[in-house]
Design a protein around this ligand. Structure first.
Ligand code: PBG
Length: 334
């Protein structure tokens, strides 16, 4: 007697049901990406030209203050809440202590004012570090080949104060000196600037992925040695938690993890542990890597951009600093 055919146990659980149509995929999406999640990093310069292309970052230009104001208007119109300024200054004004970093009439104060005139609604964040202003390309003051922590902090406090005084909404120390958040916070409080945000680069790693940025701001030619005595070792994750805890206790309002995609585990760890606004920075090397592949036709531009930006949200980031910000905002329908 032949056995009647018995079908195998039926798979009642079919995860594909929830993927079967665009509407259901949208309905069950666990994370969303909108222009409000983006911070656009902009390179500004004190040269005569309005816009100078950055060779290693196709699509990125060094902008004059006037052009930076136009970019701010564009960002505002796209629904991007904040831009982040990074300076490329004339090599002739660089020195060993980064004097030009705290010039009240310098490039960054000029740009802040031009941007605030043109688009007062947009948030402006500035980079607090000396590397763009020192002739040795380091973020702090160097003596006999060593970066001096506490002496550097005095310079960084002056720089942060000048930015805040010129109208920056947020100062973002990216120098990784110990104790700088507290020193900056105290100076802001003491100088009637209690509302300026400190968005601290709390977990910033010594990374090969900053290469194109150093070219963009003109610090790559001058940089002597590496930044491993102050930026973090990529072997470490627990240390990021200690760095973040310190910066929060010193008065940071929000944090940045940097670089981005290679450090998604850190984004997840920090956001789960501290429940404080945590931003990821998709840095210049990540941008350059993608642009090079896109130019070769190896990556589909729009899809690759949205997928990477989404990954940061999935990892728990509140938002992302990305050179793709305006492009992404357009893709998102802004
Ligand atoms: C340094 C600074 C760096 C970046 C932003 N601020 C580079 C560095 O530490 O050398 C990198 C940004 C990027 O690569 O996009 N103050």
């Amino acid at each position: 007697m032949t056995m009647p055919f018995q079908p195998a146990a039926f798979p009642y659980a079919r995860p594909r049901r929830l993927r079967s149509q665009p509407w259901v995929r949208r309905l069950v999406a666990e994370t969303t990406l909108t222009p409000a999640d983006l911070i656009w990093p902009i390179i500004v310069h004190d040269g005569a030209e309005d816009r100078v292309p950055v060779a290693s970052m196709p699509g990125v230009f060094r902008l004059s203050p006037k052009e930076a104001a136009k970019a701010a208007v564009e960002a505002r119109d796209l629904g991007i809440p904040m831009i982040a300024l990074f300076p490329n200054v004339d090599g002739a004004i660089k020195d060993s202590v980064g004097t030009a970093a705290s010039d009240p009439d310098g490039l960054i104060p000029d740009c802040i004012k031009a941007i605030k005139d043109a688009a007062p609604e947009i948030g402006v964040m500035t980079d607090v570090a000396l590397d763009c202003y020192t002739d040795h390309g380091h973020d702090g003051v160097m003596e006999n080949g060593r970066i001096l922590n506490d002496v550097s902090i005095e310079r960084l406090v002056e720089q942060a104060f000048i930015h805040a005084h010129a109208g920056a909404d947020a100062v973002a120390p990216s120098d990784m000196m110990d104790g700088r958040v507290q020193a900056i916070r105290e100076a802001l409080e003491a100088n009637s600037l209690p509302d300026t945000l400190i968005i601290s680069y709390a977990a910033k790693y010594a990374s090969a992925f900053y290469g194109p940025y150093r070219d963009a701001v003109g610090s790559s030619k001058s940089l002597t040695g590496d930044k491993k005595t102050y930026q973090m070792d990529y072997a470490n994750a627990d240390e990021a938690l200690r760095e973040v805890a310190m910066d929060i206790s010193e008065g940071a309002d929000a944090l940045i993890v940097k670089p981005g995609l290679p450090y998604l585990d850190i984004v997840r760890l920090v956001s789960d542990t501290f429940k404080i606004p945590t931003f990821a920075y998709q840095v210049s090397g990540e941008y350059a890597m993608m642009q090079a592949s896109i130019a070769n036709g190896w990556l589909e531009e729009d899809r690759a951009i949205l997928e990477t930006l989404h990954a940061f949200k999935r990892a728990g980031a509140s938002g992302v600093l990305s050179y793709f910000a305006p492009k992404a905002a357009r893709l998102l329908g802004a």
